[in-house]
Design a binder for this molecule. Structure first.
Ligand code: PEP
Length: 251
């Protein structure tokens, strides 16, 4: 039994107006706010962060953002900095989500700069990594993950209590209803933990949380959470409904 506290995180993507987001956050606080077996985080759209932060203020539910830019300020139209996120109450920030990598062309280099800027600002980065379907079919899964993690964490100076989070999200399982099989998830998570151990040492490898993401739902969360190296989940579609997300939280 490891000592890592699980983290169940909800990525609300580009859904919910401010009113819809605060309503969902209120329902989540009422239904799942008092859990102690896992940490819970929700990542609303930028426009709703401030209002959701006020709703979560007296709860145990953390708030994260879905993206950020690496510079602290400047002429970067349309971007948001790490300090702007901490200012509105974010504790986490999702970085390198596959939708950012594949729809918006984010490179490993850009993602590495964002991870560093998040850590420098005391935000916990949730670094997303994962292979596409064709990469899996051509047996490139491990080399892709190796490259994404090596690059994403290249500026990391391991420090107890300030560990980033890794989310393994096979691209072919995101929003598709296809969940990776427990054997596939277990194999990748143990590969990732070994990689962290080799690169940063056993202490960080033992402390870092590795989440699974990709069509997680109430029906599959328990099987996923029973795997040794799975420390939680990053949930997209199923996190939008507070009742369904609460069932996942209560795995
Ligand atoms: C995600 O957006 O990170 C995700 C895993 O989405 P879904 O749960 O909808 O597959």
């Amino acid at each position: 039994m490891n000592q890592r506290t699980p983290l169940i995180a909800g990525n609300w993507k580009m859904y919910k107006t401010v009113g819809q987001a605060t309503d969902a956050a209120r329902r989540l606080v009422a239904a799942g706010g008092g859990v102690t077996h896992t940490e819970v985080m929700i990542a609303p759209a930028f426009t709703a962060l401030s209002a959701v932060s006020a709703v979560l203020a007296d709860s145990d539910i953390y708030m994260g953002a879905q993206n950020m830019f690496w510079a602290s300020e400047g002429a970067f139209t349309g971007e948001i900095s790490a300090s702007m996120l901490t200012d509105v109450g974010c504790r986490h920030v999702i970085i390198g989500h596959s939708e950012r990598r594949h729809l918006f062309g984010e490179s490993d280099d850009l993602i590495a700069r964002k991870v560093k800027a998040a850590l420098d600002a005391d935000l916990i980065p949730v670094l997303c990594v994962g292979e596409t379907e064709s990469e899996r079919e051509t047996k490139k899964t491990f080399s892709i993950l190796d490259k994404q993690v090596e690059s994403g964490l290249k500026d990391l100076i391991p420090e107890a209590g300030r560990e980033p989070v890794i989310a393994y999200e096979p691209v072919w399982a995101i929003g598709t209803g296809k969940t990776a099989q427990p054997e596939q998830v277990g194999e990748v998570h143990s590969f990732l933990r070994d990689l962290i151990a080799r690169r940063f040492g056993e202490a960080l490898a033992g402390a870092i949380r590795i989440l699974y993401g990709g069509s997680v739902k109430p029906e599959n969360i328990s099987a996923l959470m029973s795997l040794t190296d799975v420390d939680g989940a990053l949930v997209g579609g199923a996190s939008l409904d507070p009742e369904i997300f609460t069932r996942i939280i209560n795995f």
